[in-house]
Design a protein around this ligand. Structure first.
Ligand SMILES: Nc1nc2c(ncn2[C@@H]2O[C@H](COP(=O)(O)OP(=O)(O)OP(=O)(O)O)[C@@H](O)[C@H]2O)c(=O)[nH]1
Ligand SMILES: [Mg+2]
Length: 226
């Protein structure tokens, strides 16, 4: 546990493709960058599309947004070999010292990808209602043990016939006390709850109370091609 943290708090945002991770980063920058000195790192497989999206949204000065092109399955760069991400984070931390919060977006992966605790101090796992009301029941390390689980895009629930309350309670049931938050970029109250959660973990980190924990890896597997 860091008694006197000497570097900024590092927060990861992971989750399946298109669940709203970049939008969550943009929201956090909008809500928190006036009170916390921030920078972000995005991960894409082949492009810097997410970084360009965030730069275009003008949520942070462009030079505080760095892209890592993983060239491989996103989980590789956030858990198996975190070197490229650590270099990007450390580069931002030294260029813009003293930063207070660095947010790292994983490339969109499947339900199994989580950050190494060597890269981030806490992680958010992002699902959305459009992925289906039963996803929260499917489990996996991110859904069960990320520091915060988001059930995102709740404004779409009526269109995809998903019961948000049910999805949240399904998630709560598999999370052993870890928090769950229903979120929509169109719901200001939910954005306040998300921002307050981040404020609270950053404050705990600064006070030396934050204990990073590992949601655990995906099941062993290989990437061999015939
Ligand atoms: N209706 C609605 N759409 C949203 C919300 N958040 C994000 N979106 C939309 O969902 C799509 C995907 O959002 P992104 O933030 O790019 O998702 P992502 O998880 O970063 O996507 P990848 O990085 O490609 O995995 C975009 O069209 C967003 O505009 C939300 O709260 N409500
Ligand atoms: Mg994205």
């Amino acid at each position: 546990m860091p008694e006197h943290p000497t570097r900024p708090f590092r927060l990861g945002v992971a989750g399946p493709v298109g669940t709203g991770k970049s939008t969550v980063l943009a929201t956090l920058c909008r809500e928190l960058s006036a009170e916390l000195s921030m920078a972000v790192v995005t991960n894409d497989i082949y492009t810097d599309e997410d970084a360009r999206l965030l730069r275009a949204a003008e949520v942070l000065p462009v030079e505080r947004i760095k892209a890592v092109e993983t060239g491989a399955c996103p989980h590789t760069a956030i858990r198996d070999d975190i070197t490229a991400n650590l270099l990007a984070v450390e580069d931002l931390e030294s260029t813009f010292a003293p930063l207070e919060l660095v947010v790292v977006e994983s490339g969109g992966d499947n339900l199994t990808a989580t950050f190494s605790p060597g890269l981030v101090d806490a992680q958010i796992f992002c699902l959305d209602v459009a992925g289906g009301g039963d996803v929260a029941r499917k489990g996996g390390p991110g859904i069960e043990r990320a520091d915060l689980l988001l059930i995102n895009k709740t404004d779409l629930a009526p269109y995809v016939e998903v019961d948000v309350d049910r999805m949240v309670s399904d998630a709560v049931a598999v999370r052993d006390g870890f928090p769950v938050l229903a979120l929509s970029r169109n719901d200001p109250a939910s954005i306040v709850r998300l921002s307050d959660w981040v404020r609270q973990v950053v404050a705990g980190y600064r006070a030396g109370r934050h204990v990073a924990h590992d949601p655990g890896p995906m099941a062993p597997h290989t990437h061999a091609h015939p």
